[in-house]
Ligand binder design. Sequence first.
Ligand code: ADP
Ligand code: MG
Length: 243
Amino acid sequence: MRILIKLSGKVIDDKEELKNFITSIKKLHKNNQLIVVHGGGKQVSSWSEKLGLKTIFVNGLRVTDEKMLEVVISVLCGLVNKKLVFEFIKNNLKVVGLSCIDGKIVETNIEKKLGFVGSKIKKVNIEIIKILLKQKFIVLISSVGIGDGKIVNINADNISYALAKQLKVDKLIFLTDKQGVLDKENKVIKELKISQIKNLINRGVVTDGMIPKLNSIKDAIMSGVGNVIISNNLNSIGTLVKK
Ligand SMILES: Nc1ncnc2c1ncn2[C@@H]1O[C@H](COP(=O)(O)OP(=O)(O)O)[C@@H](O)[C@H]1O
Ligand SMILES: [Mg+2]
């Protein structure tokens, strides 16, 4: 099977969670091709704070001016990606870390209102990923790409959808800090139909980063990705999203 996992920056920061994640990856890598797209919003926020930059989110997306973009590139493509690559290597996993600039993996439009932020995905180039998967490498991808000829910050959920579609993955897993999508009583919604998403957002049950996540999931399912899961653990299903 070919599996794409979107790994939250929140999971990366938690030592115990990261250990569990790597253990699951080791098992999965025996019989599957693995692509991991990682975020790192938490790490970007903490470094921008250290540098005295203000963090602003609009509908779960980070406003990214020129200075913030430098932090985003440094933290996501550098610190977070390389630390993760090294964690995999320490565990004897065959892995390569890339950004979406490398091999021109993702090209987007630019969301001018938000600054250097990629909006609609225009082009996906999976050539380099396919070469690496064939050689049994796990591909670890950071969410920085090219938008209208500039380097842009792209929501990692959105990238995961676009790559899952192009790579025709058998499974798409969003690993986050919540057990799944929670209803208004904070209970996990075990099965979610994409027709319910709009309503959950309108009623304010789903907010913040869960908005771009569910919108990306909707796009993924509409474009034929079959098996989409949101969970905080690779061994449990959490929320299964269906057509
Ligand atoms: N209904 C909901 N169910 C679960 N999480 C939600 C919901 N509404 C908002 N959220 C928020 O969305 C967050 C996940 O999105 P985000 O912060 O972008 O993390 P990630 O790194 O996984 O993308 C959760 O931590 C939670 O605070
Ligand atoms: Mg997010």
